[in-house]
Write a protein that binds this ligand. Structure first.
Ligand code: NZQ
Ligand code: ZN
Length: 390
């Protein structure tokens, strides 16, 4: 395993009765708050009114930026940064899913640079060490943005979707009440769940020469939990235990506990971000289509034992003395989970994606090199995997 530093300063309030703590946490940073949210789900489920009342009752001056898109645009983040500069905002409050939290992070980073343009940071791969503080109220168990130092920002003019990272982007405080995810549509529940699953799988096996067994076991436990609780959350949207397991799994998957000592490959994520950059699809759905094909593509005598282990530990398949057969069963189990249990469409063709941009997308996803992982992928490999998804 690799050496590592673990440092995650995010303070998490988790559970039903947590929101009364919001004002005191915001006031630690100041009285002027920019609330960032998406297309209106928080108005329907009452969260918007609750946050407004809590702020009004506690002398907090609230400014608003609404309309953050799924796959948040750099232009929206720039609008927020402009408000921060003009109004001298002290803290950015994200209320929503990963897109809203990511946009809030982009705003927080752009607000402290002269140009106020987040794309200046994203396009240069700048590691963000200075930003306004971000506080997050999570409504969708999916991305892990509530506890990580990443924001994924899209530029639709250039078909680019790129991660902006930095220690200053980790939310200072996150509020996670599983009840806020009760109103999620079934499709978003499924896509979010598979995003969690893939965050773990994309870092699985990658502890280097020596495996880091404790971390592997923890990774498997989180994936198992997603497999167990997602169908329950889909069938019973107000099942607290199911929503709570998924929400904490979302945070665990990317708060760096589960990738301690590993090498970050993130093959499926690198390939998927191109799909959502070009076609604006839902991130978790793109991952679901790619994952079984990626596993199939990298399957050979050297990778079979690890993939077979995953089938046994995560899907409860029987041990198979023949690693290749065990690995094939594991890949079938992933497909079954994605396309039967989660009910997601299984091909890119069904999402109206064809081969037009595959070459360019494959080149971008490898970023001038290869995607490292259990098996390294070149642009030619990535193109073949996209073709397998048609
Ligand atoms: O915009 P609103 O009206 O809020 O509706 C959203 C949106 O339409 C809705 N929604 C969210 N919570 C809801 C709800 N609807 C009803 N009830 C609720 N409680 O769901 C839709 C999708 O929301 P979005 O925030 O886009 O979903 P998600 O949380 O999956 O975020 C996806 C974005 O995060 C990025 C993805 O690439 C994508 O851009 N990622 C961010 C990562 C990070 N920061 O570390 C890592 C991930 O791998 C991922 O790339
Ligand atoms: Zn993801």
């Amino acid at each position: 395993m690799n050496d590592f530093i673990f440092h995650n300063p995010d303070k998490v309030y988790f559970g039903r009765n947590i929101m009364e703590n919001l004002p005191k946490e915001l006031l630690k940073f100041g009285k002027k708050v920019l609330m960032v949210y998406g297309g209106g789900s928080i108005k329907k489920n009452g969260l918007y009114g609750l946050v407004k009342n809590l702020c009004n009752d506690n002398g907090i001056e609230l400014f608003e930026l609404s309309g953050v898109e799924p796959n948040p645009r750099h232009t929206t983040a720039n609008k927020g940064a402009e408000i921060c500069k003009k109004e001298d905002i002290d803290v950015v409050l994200a209320v929503g899913g990963g897109s809203t939290i990511d946009c809030a992070k982009g705003i927080a980073a752009a607000a402290v640079i002269e140009s106020g343009n987040v794309w200046d940071l994203v396009s240069t791969g700048t590691w963000v060490t200075d930003a306004l503080p971000v506080v997050a109220v999570l409504t969708n168990a999916a991305t892990g943005s509530e506890m990580d130092g990443w924001a994924v920002i899209s530029n639709m003019e250039t078909n680019e979707k790129i991660g902006l990272g930095g220690s200053a982007l980790i939310p200072k405080v996150a509020f996670e009440n599983p009840e806020y995810s009760y109103t999620l549509p079934t499709y978003q529940t499924a896509c979010g769940a598979f995003d969690i699953f893939n965050h773990v799988l994309d870092n699985y096996y990658l502890a280097g020469d020596a495996t880091f067994d404790m971390v592997l076991e923890m990774q498997e436990a989180v994936m198992r939990s997603v497999v167990k609780w997602t169908p329950i959350a889909m069938a019973e949207p107000e099942n607290y235990e199911a929503r709570a397991n998924l929400m904490w799994a979302s945070s665990m998957a990317l708060n760096t506990i589960l990738d301690a000592g590993t090498v970050h490959g993130c093959a499926c994520h690198a390939m998927e971000h191109e799909l959502s950059a070009y076609y604006d699809i839902t991130h978790g759905h793109g991952l679901a289509i790619l994952t079984p094909r990626w596993l199939e593509y990298i399957l050979d005598e050297t990778t079979a034992p690890a993939i077979a282990r995953f089938g046994v530990k995560v899907f409860g398949l029987p041990e198979n003395e023949n690693a290749m057969d065990g690995a094939k069963s594991a890949i079938n189990a992933v497909s079954d989970f994605c396309f039967n249990t989660l009910g997601l469409k299984s091909t890119l063709t069904e999402l109206e994606i064809d081969t037009t941009h595959f070459k360019a997308m494959a080149e971008h996803s490898c970023n001038g090199g290869v995607i490292t992982g259990l098996k390294n992928l070149t642009p030619a490999d990535v193109e073949k995997i996209y073709e397998m998804c048609l």
